[in-house]
Design a protein around this ligand. Structure first.
Ligand SMILES: Nc1nc2c(ncn2[C@@H]2O[C@H](COP(=O)(O)OP(=O)(O)OP(=O)(O)O)[C@@H](O)[C@H]2O)c(=O)[nH]1
Ligand SMILES: [Mg+2]
Length: 229
């Protein structure tokens, strides 16, 4: 099986080396998988692209926007299993091989790794915790999906479901949208993961992205109600 690890990165020269160190590439290869790493650059002005290339990743760059760049990068993966995570060292990169095995053994299509179960105190501000709770509650209510952490950026899924996911979000709402699509159309499961404080400066604009993501949930629900995917 081809396992492609996709990492979005905007000015993450500090965090990226730590993510690469934690990737269990050898374990994945010992499990019989072929592994490739793609770093999707958001137009970094620091050494992100050089750091990624030095670690053997393929570096892609597209027009602005977290969602737009994710969609374009995912379209480059021909088959197999896709794993995503942030470039800031906050997600449990060392557990990727375990999650891939779980997806395959349970014959699932999509796994979302929740950050809520094991979070260090500094990992998320109280405001972010509150914002996440509101967004996740709204998503569960509107779409009836079993997801506690609607904003997690760590997903493990089969490439073959991608053409059936209706993904339109151009910005940060991409993360909630891919979960809505996967959980309402495919065999999806949320698994407990962990979350630690990021390395480097945050790229989300808390208030703007939070409100934008809340608005997008209602926009997406309205689209579905009028029969548009
Ligand atoms: N390609 C690309 N990546 C981006 C863009 N904006 C943010 N990112 C990356 O996407 C990931 C998520 O952004 P973060 O700033 O970590 O957002 P977050 O995880 O919600 O917030 P923290 O908890 O503070 O880390 C990081 O790896 C960023 O570098 C963008 O416009 N394009
Ligand atoms: Mg992050």
């Amino acid at each position: 099986m081809l396992v492609t690890i996709v990492i979005p990165a905007l000015d993450e020269e500090e965090g990226l080396p730590r993510v690469f160190e934690a990737l269990p590439l050898r374990d994945l290869r010992e499990q019989g998988h072929q592994v490739q790493v793609i770093v999707v650059d958001g137009g970094s002005t620091d050494g992100t692209r050089d750091v990624a290339a030095a670690h053997g990743a393929r570096v892609l760059r597209f027009r602005r926007g977290y969602g737009r760049q994710y969609r374009a990068a995912l379209a480059e993966v021909p088959h197999g299993v896709i794993v995503t995570l942030d470039a800031d060292g906050s997600y449990p990169a060392g557990r990727i091989a375990e999650f891939v095995e779980l997806l395959l053994a349970r014959e699932l299509d999509f796994l979302s790794v929740s950050r809520m179960e094991e979070m260090t105190p500094e990992a998320m501000s109280r405001m972010h915790r509150f914002g996440n709770a509101v967004l996740s509650l709204t998503m569960r209510w509107l779409f009836r999906v079993e997801v506690k952490d609607s904003q997690s950026g760590m997903w493990i899924f089969r490439q073959e479901i991608l053409p059936f996911l209706n993904l339109h979000a151009e910005g940060m709402a991409f993360s909630e949208e891919i979960k809505i699509e996967a959980f309402t159309r495919f065999r999806a499961l949320e698994v407990p993961g962990a979350y630690t404080a990021r390395i480097g400066r945050a790229k989300i604009r808390s208030f703007r992205d939070g409100l934008g993501n809340l608005f997008y949930l209602f926009f997406k629900k309205a689209r579905r109600l009028v029969g548009r995917p």
